[in-house]
Write a protein that binds this ligand. Structure first.
Ligand SMILES: Nc1ncnc2[nH]cnc12
Ligand SMILES: [Zn+2]
Length: 339
């Protein structure tokens, strides 16, 4: 009998919820801090890792923004992105749709151009050297104002040919989607794909707002949707993709125990759920580690592993013909491994 984890690990996958700044491993952070002559308030990599102990989203965000402070040059952004791509190549991730948080950099004086040029150069090298295709999603920080978001959009305008979509992240509670209704409307007019974090810590109402007011094409997290049966039916009927992040949910106390993770329930209710790592350096693992954690807690079956691998492409912004191609490849690989 084929093991569900072994199967998932080997199958081609897409990752749809990944903050590139959240893939910043402590070793690389120290190296970049040293070359930029910036002090980190931790003496060693081990001490830094010990600080990754969070009670909620805000606890994490405080250390996440501090971590990205050492990034300054195009080379820094290249190295950060390249390290992520090399790592997920080992997990057989073949397509990535990654977030970056421009405001976390521009508000420290790093030009928008420096950030996006470095990230894009690594993504292009990932495509040519590792065969990993990509989309790039610019996220607005929701704890900042609507005016700040519009300012970020202005800075992005010369680079829109490199940007596939926009997202909304950072402190959810008290910053409902409607705060950014007009920014999203403009971005929709620019032909950008729209996603937003909703229902991670915030209520199911925020998921409704993301759908009805922001008109998102995909939802990030969405865990709290399960509090509202009508919303669950609506999401399932529309086959709205949800980018779920189990290790993140555990580390940020969105779930108290992996045994209570809603992934299985979500699958059973017919939701188009995908599996992602969110901020792998901070939450203890990349996409295959996320499956392993679910498998250890919930004893995932082969059908669930296959469904998650296929959903990762279904929920992507790839062309329909490419998605079909990946599904066919997964079916062929499953048949070969089962036989
Ligand atoms: N899980 C998360 N939720 C909200 N904002 C984030 N920024 C990085 N990771 C995040
Ligand atoms: Zn996230």
């Amino acid at each position: 009998m084929i093991d569900a984890y072994e199967l998932f690990a080997k199958l081609p996958k897409a990752e749809l919820h990944l903050h590139i700044e959240g893939s910043f491993e402590p070793e690389l952070m120290f190296e970049i801090a040293r070359r930029n002559e910036i002090d980190i308030p931790f003496a060693t990599v081990e001490e830094l890792r010990k600080a990754y102990d969070f009670s909620n989203l805000q606890d994490f965000l405080d250390i996440y923004y501090q971590g990205m402070n050492v990034l300054q040059t195009e080379q820094d952004y290249y190295d950060l992105t390249w390290a992520y791509l090399e790592r997920v190549n080992e997990d057989n991730v073949r397509h990535v749709e990654i977030f970056f948080d421009p405001q976390g950099h521009t508000e420290r004086g790093v030009p928008f151009e420096t950030v996006i040029t470095g990230i894009r150069a690594a993504l292009e090298d990932g495509k040519s050297q590792l065969g990993i295709s990509y989309k790039l999603i610019m996220s607005f920080l929701r704890h900042l104002s609507e005016e700040d978001a519009f300012d970020c959009l202005e800075q992005a305008k010369p680079f829109l040919k490199w940007i596939d979509g926009i997202g909304l992240d950072s402190s959810e509670k008290g910053n409902p989607p409607e705060k950014f209704a007009r920014v999203y409307e403009d971005c929709r007019g620019l032909g950008l794909k729209l996603v937003a974090h909703a229902g991670e810590e915030g209520p199911a109402d925020y998921v409704w707002s993301a759908l009805n007011i922001l008109k998102v094409d995909r939802l990030d997290h969405g865990n709290r949707s399960l509090d509202d049966p009508e919303l669950v039916v609506h999401l399932a009927d529309r086959q709205m993709a949800l980018t779920v992040c189990p290790l993140s949910n555990l580390k940020l106390c969105v779930v108290q125990d992996m045994k209570n993770h809603p992934m299985r329930v979500m699958l059973e209710k017919g939701l188009l759920v995908t599996l992602n790592s969110d901020d792998p350096s901070y939450f203890g693992g990349y996409v295959n580690d996320n499956f392993k954690a679910l498998h250890d807690a919930l004893d995932m079956c082969v059908e669930e592993a296959v469904a998650l691998a296929k959903n990762s492409f279904t929920g992507s912004f790839l062309e329909a013909s490419d998605i079909r191609g990946w599904h066919d490849l997964i079916d062929a690989q499953v048949a070969e491994m089962a036989g």
